[in-house]
Design a protein around this ligand. Structure first.
Ligand code: KG4
Length: 281
């Protein structure tokens, strides 16, 4: 049996074996079994939740100087979340993938039907107009997060089948700083006897830091290329990976609704690490 890696996230020490839920400009659900050993449970088919928050905020005429998410979170506190009927995306697809393009369209139509003019900033809207905007913000947020809750529940069920000893669900990315999102996901996680781990909001935003930190972890266990020779030619070709899958996709998680771009698919990080561990014959 492999020793399990423990790391600190915020103040909580967590076991590496966990489900990771990335919520930002891209949504991903990953079962992390060890450093570099990942199984992809679900991914984004079209728009991610962050994009839906940003567009909704823009169409509602909110102040998006701190991005749309915080503006919607704030306004949603004023509105009745049951007042506008939006349908939860991808109900019929029993997988862990995400789609927010349809919900965005529903929101745009609701905004048009209530004659909300995004040119008039919310700070200048009359009270009835403000109520209408808050109702849309709250109803959008409720349904957007219901989609996450559903996917999260299924991902836990799948992950527990593969790794029954799993204890943690780690949520990160810009949208993970949203208090409503955290509270709702915490309920799902608790109902399943797991623990939710969220980095502090100040650490929920910068992907660059996450990538650099991952590099440090791999470096620590000796996974790095030797530095280039001093006499390396200037026009040496490097293999760049603009879209590098973390792990193998779980077969049952592959979506029929998916229009994945197939160009430039590279072997995943997990499969490269596994191949490097095979004894050379
Ligand atoms: O993870 P992230 O910084 O970027 C990328 O993945 O590129 O996420 C950015 C997203 C933006 O769409 C932003 O609106 C959203 O995170 N976001 C929030 C909140 N804070 C940032 N969404 C909802 N509620 C928030 N409080």
């Amino acid at each position: 049996m492999q020793p399990q890696l423990y790391r600190n996230i915020g103040s909580s020490p967590i076991c590496f074996l966990s489900i990771c839920f990335f919520l930002g400009g891209h949504n991903l659900l990953i079962l992390a079994r060890d450093l570099g050993q990942y199984i992809q449970l679900g991914t984004t088919i079209d728009d991610a939740i962050g994009e839906a928050y940003d567009k909704t905020a823009k169409w509602l005429g909110l102040d998006i100087s701190r991005s749309g998410g915080p503006a919607i979170e704030e306004l949603a506190r004023e509105g009745d979340a049951e007042s506008v009927k939006f349908s939860v995306p991808m109900k019929q697809h029993k997988d862990c993938n995400f789609s927010y393009a349809g919900l965005k369209t529903q929101v745009r139509l609701a905004i048009e039907s209530k004659n909300i003019n995004a040119e008039i900033p919310i700070s200048s809207a009359n009270s009835q107009d403000r109520i209408s905007r808050a109702e849309i913000a709250a109803s959008f947020q409720r349904v957007a997060v219901l989609h996450l809750e559903e996917r999260c529940q299924r991902a836990i069920e799948w992950a527990v089948e593969i790794e029954p000893s799993i204890k943690y669900l780690v949520v990160s990315g810009g949208v993970a700083s949203n208090q409503y999102v955290r509270a709702r996901l915490n309920q799902v996680v608790k109902q399943n006897g797991l623990q939710l781990v969220c980095p502090p909001p100040s650490l929920c935003t910068d992907n660059g830091v996450m990538i650099a930190w991952t590099g440090i972890e791999h470096f620590r266990v000796g996974r790095f290329d030797p530095p280039p020779p001093a006499d390396e030619l200037e026009d040496t070709l490097l293999d760049l990976r603009p879209r590098w899958p973390l792990g193998e996709e779980l077969a049952r998680g592959r979506s029929e609704a998916r229009s994945m771009r197939t160009a430039r698919i590279h072997p995943s990080l997990t499969s490269i690490i596994q191949a490097s561990r095979q004894p050379h014959i």
